[in-house]
Design a protein around this ligand. Structure first.
Ligand code: PHE
Length: 378
């Protein structure tokens, strides 16, 4: 411990002593020295705070000294008071300075421990996978989205009129027999509501609520009482609807050819339009893609595989929605989401889609961070 200034060693003359040491009595000097040592030893802000309280706090040592000033003989009081004030200033300064040092050190330590390398590729923990049906729906939406389509939505329970009537399928029409419909209990003497058998009622909903021009797709659940390796009572469809002036069969063919080639990632996929019948389109066409029946390979071989239904929207359907068929034309199409997913990934059976078997999902599922692929693009 250093002694008072009067006894400073000769190599440190009195006038070179640190300012705060000048005119300090032993007890004050002792408090300064002791506090400096404690501050130097404090390695975190908790220890620092304990020192601050022990020195400057209400019951702190300096506070006690200041309180005792009154007991000093009057002739010494002035000098002692000044010395105490200098000490208070010096201690406050030392305590504040140490706080800044400790805060800097804490920040440095945090930065060092939390250092991240933004150049590393993401390494996601395997927390889950995207179901193939969901991935197909994302891909379909991305491709038609790039063509300028919106995505529309409708309820699973539909009125008979929206699911059938407005689509030009009156009661007792033979096309109803193709749909294996689930009927719900009737209400108010009306035809019983149905679980929608296709996404086509959303065509009607869209045309009733939106003035043309319309470019939209609908992706959602549909229901038919049918169950085997390639049919499920609940399945998914994607519907497309384009209404504008001067829309022709050429637009339909171009749009669907581009879509199928982008979706399957085969730039020269053969696409064939074969005349068919749907009550809500005229003319109507099934769309086939080229494949090899033996190997199952798409885009090769001499065989054709039916993939979706399409046609020019029937004038009566437009009229049912208050759209003048002499001014507006359009096309529509519908496809099974499960079916195109099975073809794209070489899946033979549709039932595992709904069995929640984690081994199957590990085999066929998609990494959630992998971007939706547009393959060849559109
Ligand atoms: N709704 C038809 C079906 O489920 C598919 C389709 C939609 C056909 C739109 C033509 C136009 O089979």
């Amino acid at each position: 411990m250093r002694n008072g200034p009067a006894e400073a060693p000769p190599e440190r003359p009195l006038d070179e002593a640190p300012a705060e040491a000048r005119n300090m009595t032993d007890d004050l000097q002792a408090l300064k020295t002791e506090t400096d040592a404690a501050l130097a030893a404090a390695t975190d802000l908790r220890a620092w705070d304990a020192i601050r309280v022990a020195v400057l706090g209400r019951n702190g040592k300096l506070t006690a000294l200041l309180r005792d000033l009154g007991k000093t003989p009057p002739e010494e009081r002035r000098e002692r008071g000044a010395a105490l004030n200098r000490l208070k200033e010096a201690l406050t300064e030392a305590i504040d300075a140490r706080k800044a040092e400790l805060e800097d050190a804490a920040l440095e330590a945090r930065l060092a421990s939390e250092r991240i390398d933004p150049t590393l590729p993401p390494r996601p923990r395997e927390t889950g996978l995207i179901h193939p049906i969901a991935r197909t729906m994302e891909e379909i939406a991305a491709i038609f989205g790039a063509m300028g389509c919106t995505v529309s939505d409708g309820p699973d329970v539909e009125s008979d009129w929206l699911n059938f009537g407005a689509l030009n399928i009156p009661p007792h029409h033979p096309a109803r027999a193709d749909h294996d419909t689930f009927y719900l209990p009737p209400r108010d003497n009306q035809a019983p509501p149905v679980l929608r058998t296709h996404t086509s009622p959303v065509q009607i909903r869209t045309m009733l609520t939106q003035p043309p021009p319309i470019r939209t797709i609908v992706i959602g659940r549909t229901y038919r009482a049918d169950h085997d390796a390639t049919h499920s009572p609940m399945f998914h469809q994607c519907e497309g609807l384009v209404i504008d002036r001067d829309i022709t069969l050429g637009h339909l063919k171009g749009c669907l050819t581009d879509f199928l080639r982008a979706f399957f990632g085969i730039a020269d996929l053969p696409v064939r339009f074969r005349s068919s019948y749907f009550p809500f389109t005229e003319p109507s066409m099934e769309v086939d893609i080229g494949w090899d029946r033996k190997s199952g390979e798409l885009g090769r071989g001499a065989d054709w595989l039916e993939i979706l239904g399409s046609g020019m929207v029937h004038p009566r359907v437009l009229a049912n929605c208050g759209i003048d068929p002499r001014e507006w034309q359009g096309f529509a199409f519908g496809m099974g989401v499960e079916r195109v997913t099975m073809l794209k990934h070489g899946m033979a059976d549709l039932r595992p889609f709904y069995e929640s078997d984690i081994r199957w999902l590990r085999h066929y599922g998609f990494n959630p961070l992998a971007p939706t692929m547009l393959h060849e693009g559109v």
